[in-house]
Design a protein around this ligand. Structure first.
Ligand SMILES: Nc1ncnc2c1ncn2[C@@H]1O[C@H](COP(=O)(O)OP(=O)(O)O)[C@@H](O)[C@H]1O
Ligand SMILES: O=C(O)[C@H](O)C(=O)COP(=O)(O)O
Length: 324
């Protein structure tokens, strides 16, 4: 994907920067850590779609690309000019893909400044947080700043969770105490999605209107494996994503849902696509990396999209309390 985009943009070089130290994601000597634990020991080795079994990003990336991969090491990133110098050396040596070490947020700022002239960057939301300022400083965008306000939208609350990460499993377990809860039976959906959806909507209609709805396929690695053995991993994922997308459309159209939290990156993509949301106005953070937002396009919604392993066990409660 990165190489196709580099070709389209005529870019000789890009960086790979998934670090987000404030959210516990750091890269050191090319290895990705989650809260100080190697990625492949962090629970993400059991991801339903992309089991993350190698924390060495240089090695992992090299298997997927045709051009050389290099590492910009921690000690090459003291400030924007030494980072820029190291990038130039990579460019001169024909290294197209630079994995980049980063262990604290000030380094993200340094990296953002050093890469502000690159047409393609690959990485996570941690780096994106600092790009606005870097682009402003180099005159690429205007200095206008929008205020970050909570969406003033009232209505029923819904949590849709298709993430199976450790953090989401804990968050779902906690949320059962204050939500009306429905755990999806994935094999039943596969057998007869229409009937299953009607049953679910009848349950939603009969549920206590004052309690948030929690609908989830979140499961532990054993539960996921058992579904995958019957349906196949990709087939199960597509089925669940498209089912949750349809449920989101129904519940926001006919059931008064106006506040929506979606757990899971792929799941969020499917739900946002099916709702017809074209853009989001970013509001205040619920936790590092996860803001409340307001939909632009599609139904008017307060919407929070949570990447799998983000947030503490009270994430859903904290998020809904912010809007109370
Ligand atoms: N019970 C389940 N069995 C198998 N696959 C599942 C189950 N629940 C969810 N999935 C799939 O697992 C994937 C989780 O990915 P994603 O939504 O990106 O979450 P995360 O942000 O935790 O990576 C999705 O494609 C989802 O459809
Ligand atoms: O646990 C994680 O780090 C997330 O699942 C993730 O993919 C974060 O991506 P982001 O782009 O930094 O939000």
């Amino acid at each position: 994907m990165a190489e196709a985009m580099m070709d389209a943009l005529d870019a000789e070089q890009t960086i790979f920067c998934p670090a987000f130290p404030r959210a516990g994601r750091t890269v050191y000597q090319g290895h990705l850590f989650v809260d100080g634990t190697l990625l492949n020991e962090s629970g993400m080795q059991n991801h339903p779609l992309n089991p993350m079994q190698d924390a060495n990003l240089v090695r992992f990336l090299a298997r997927q690309v045709t051009r050389p991969v290099g590492l910009l090491r921690y000690h090459d990133l003291a400030d924007a000019s030494s980072a820029g110098g190291s990038l130039q050396t990579h460019r001169r040596d024909g290294i197209a893909h630079g994995v980049i070490d980063c262990v604290d947020d000030s380094q993200l700022q340094t990296i953002a400044a050093a890469v502000s002239d690159m047409p393609l960057l690959t990485g996570g939301s941690g780096l994106a947080r600092y790009l606005g300022d870097a682009y402003r400083k180099s005159g690429l965008i205007e200095t206008h700043r929008a205020s970050s306000e909570l969406p003033a939208i009232s209505g029923r609350s819904l949590i849709l969770s298709g993430s199976c990460s450790q953090a989401t499993n804990q968050q779902v377990a906690k949320a059962k105490s204050f939500c009306s809860t429905w755990q999806l039976d994935v094999l039943e959906i596969a057998r007869d999605p229409g009937t299953y959806q009607r049953r679910l909507l009848a349950w939603a209609e009969a549920s206590d209107a004052n309690r948030p709805l929690l609908i989830y396929s979140t499961d532990d690695p054993e539960g996921v494996r058992s579904v995958q053995q019957t349906l196949g991993a990709n087939e199960a994922a597509e089925l669940i994503e498209s089912f949750l997308g349809k449920v989101a459309v129904e519940l926001t159209t006919d059931f008064g849902v106006r506040r929506l939290i979606v757990a899971g990156g792929e799941t969020s993509g499917a739900v946002v696509r099916d709702l017809g949301i074209r853009a989001l106005k970013i509001g205040p953070e619920i936790c590092a990396g996860v803001p409340w937002t307001q939909s632009i396009g599609g139904p008017p919604l307060a919407i929070a999209l949570k990447s799998g392993n983000f947030g503490d066990e009270n994430f859903f409660h904290t998020a809904l309390e912010m809007l109370a």
